[in-house]
Design a protein around this ligand. Structure first.
Ligand code: SF4
Length: 423
């Protein structure tokens, strides 16, 4: 979502005649769009601000420095106490105001803080600025915020309550992206499966989007397991533009830990849901998120997570040691030791890694439909992705980004597939 937001910020800045530069020294405005989901990301922000400050230490003109995104939202005016280099702090639901905030800053040089959470205002205002993205595979935010309040998560506090964008606005923005060259769209939301605006749910929205003629592929992320109904599951059975790969975070395979996390579902419910998707489309693949070392996690709980991974056989996943986030309930729980958590993470990641390799190897000597995104720097090879989101390098330079071709895979490594186009 930050990538989408950053692109929109770039569109906004273009409207007041700012353009991107490649040299750090030649910039007269910096905008850091930040993530607060893990402690490490937050620390990195302040360290990177320090690096920019150092570069401009002896320069006559100080650049305008904007801190945007979820760190800005969470830390609010504290940002100014932590770094005197920051001039404007703007939250993820207020960045559409940047053109006027920057103009105001230019005229009176006072520090500016804007952390309003009025998301509908943001999207109405963004409609006035054309989305200039021209990538083959593009993101679009359709839903923001979350009402689930998992006990480890900052999203409900930084992005605010659930909000679903107007469907007409979404279809218009995607049509514009498709006119600019987009062939694959990923619909984004913190809880995207809960999308609902004026009776249009995610299934209905996807069917509307699928009518855009030159759009070839549709994906969506990230979903909460509790927000799938038969209509949405059934879509995988008949909607040909919906790709057979689903990111479905589970976080833990232990009912005790799921309860402590306030995930509001059990492992049995999750596994049943996986079966329902497989019944709808038997070649569907899953990826997930795992939090390891959550307060209260015992060896038995961890074993249950490994067991769930064995049962689902995820094609790839994200896994992290639990990170204490200020303001969330779990921050006050008794933490488990770092060594134990690190050890468990390694075991879990090895298992996920083995599954990923097996998943990649299973594609060798098979035909894959690949959507080509760009010619690589080698000049004689294209980069693209198959229907399951696996990165594929295809020999040849005779294609055009956006082509969808049949490719036979001849080898793979952990992350990539390598193939030849089928004549
Ligand atoms: S459902 Fe996802 S975004 Fe919402 S609180 Fe839980 S982890 Fe955070």
């Amino acid at each position: 979502m930050n990538e989408y937001d950053s692109n929109r910020i770039s569109d906004l800045m273009a409207s007041i005649e700012y353009k991107k530069v490649n040299e750090v020294e030649s910039a007269d405005c910096f905008i850091f769009n930040t993530c607060h989901i893990r402690e490490k990301a937050t620390q990195k922000v302040y360290s990177d601000i320090g690096k920019i400050k150092k570069i401009f230490k002896d320069k006559k003109q100080k650049p305008i420095f904007v801190l945007a995104g979820c760190v800005a939202q969470a830390e609010s005016s504290m940002v100014f106490e932590k770094s005197d280099f920051v001039d404007i702090v703007v939250g993820p639901q207020a960045y559409h105001k940047l053109p006027s905030l920057i103009k105001n800053y230019n005229s009176n040089n006072n520090k500016i803080l804007n952390t309003d959470l009025d998301v509908s205002n943001k999207f109405d205002s963004l409609e006035n600025y054309k989305n200039l993205t021209s990538k083959v595979s593009s993101f679009i935010t359709i839903q923001e915020g979350c009402d689930k309040f998992c006990k480890f998560c900052v999203v409900p506090y930084t992005r605010g309550p659930e909000f679903s964008r107007d469907p007409e606005q979404i279809v218009n923005e995607i049509s514009n992206l498709v006119n600019n060259g987009t062939r694959e769209i990923t619909l984004l939301g913190q809880n995207v499966s809960g999308y609902n605006n004026k009776g249009i749910n995610l299934a209905k929205l996807i069917n509307q989007i699928a009518t855009i003629k030159s759009l070839k592929r549709i994906r969506f992320t990230t979903s909460h397991p509790n927000d799938f109904d038969e209509e949405l599951i059934g879509l995988f059975n008949y909607q040909e533009k919906l790709m057979p790969q689903l990111h479905l975070p589970v976080q833990s395979g232990s009912n005790k830990i799921l309860n402590l996390m306030n995930r509001k579902h059990t492992r049995e419910f999750y596994l049943e849901l996986i079966d329902k998707f497989k019944n709808a489309r038997n070649d569907i693949q899953f990826s997930s998120d795992f939090i390891i070392g959550y307060p209260g996690e015992t060896d038995k709980d961890f074993e249950e997570t490994l067991d769930l991974i064995d049962k689902v056989k995820f094609s790839n996943s994200f896994s992290f040691i639990y990170s204490q986030r200020p303001g969330t309930p779990a921050v006050d729980y008794i933490q488990i030791s770092k060594e134990i958590a690190q050890n468990r993470l390694e075991i879990l990641q090895n298992k996920l890694f083995d599954l990923q390799i097996k998943h990649n190897e299973s594609k060798i000597n098979k035909e894959n439909k690949v959507l080509l995104e760009n010619l690589t720097s080698k000049g004689d090879q294209f980069f693209g992705r198959n229907e399951y989101m696996q990165p594929v390098f295809v020999e040849g330079s005779e294609y055009v980004p956006g082509d969808e071709i049949n490719v036979t895979i001849y080898s793979c490594n952990k992350n990539n597939l390598f193939g030849l186009a089928k004549n």
